[in-house]
Write a protein that binds this ligand. Structure first.
Ligand SMILES: Nc1nc2c(c(=O)[nH]1)N[C@H]1C(S)=C(S)[C@@H](COP(=O)(O)O)O[C@H]1N2
Ligand SMILES: [Mo]
Length: 162
């Protein structure tokens, strides 16, 4: 009888732990090291601040990690490796509400452009509000903020060719 109880207990212990619902951004696809970035781990990454006008033309500051640093860490072909066939790769950014925006890798690489696209978690010195956060892709230097996607949950790198 006791053995049976122990058996039951072990079975309960072996039940899968429910998946954590911690907000995160997954980086996958044409990467050598898939990553998951959690809200509390963004502090470990390099940080910069950029400005972005909102849809009403008002300036706001956003702080976060350059997207290039994240892609490099995941082993995406950036920098010297971004040539030849690799120039046909894109980054698709996916959001909690289904919004999706696309970038060619060259748009995000400092050997092609001075523009610094960041994965931001703060605006004007505060954490992003719930409806915009915890992560927003901030794309400075465009005429409108339509590609500055909020509630980012996934970033996928793929070849545009099949
Ligand atoms: N996830 C998500 N991000 C989004 C959108 C959206 O519908 N969903 N709209 C975009 C558009 S069209 C604009 S103009 C800006 C608005 O950003 P703002 O609130 O800072 O002005 O958010 C962009 N980011
Ligand atoms: Mo917009």
């Amino acid at each position: 009888m006791k053995l049976y109880t122990l058996f039951l207990f072990l079975n309960v212990c072996a039940l899968p732990v429910p998946a954590q619902q911690k907000p995160a951004v997954k980086v996958s696809g044409e990467v050598t090291m898939p990553l998951t970035i959690y809200a509390d781990s963004l502090a470990q990454w390099p940080r910069i601040t950029v400005n972005l006008k909102d849809r009403d033309g008002k300036d706001h500051s956003y702080s976060g990690t350059p997207i290039q640093a994240i892609l490099e860490k995941a082993g995406v072909t950036m920098g010297k490796q971004l040539r030849g066939k690799n120039l046909s790769k894109y980054l698709m950014v996916k959001c909690a509400d289904g919004y999706e925006v696309l970038f060619s890798l060259a748009e995000l690489d400092s050997s092609f452009t001075d523009r610094q696209v960041i994965l931001a978690n703060e605006t004007d010195g505060h954490a992003l509000p719930a409806d915009k956060g915890p992560f927003r892709l901030v794309v400075p230097g465009e005429k409108k903020p339509a590609r500055s996607s909020f509630q980012v949950v996934e970033m996928v790198v793929k070849f545009a060719k099949d």
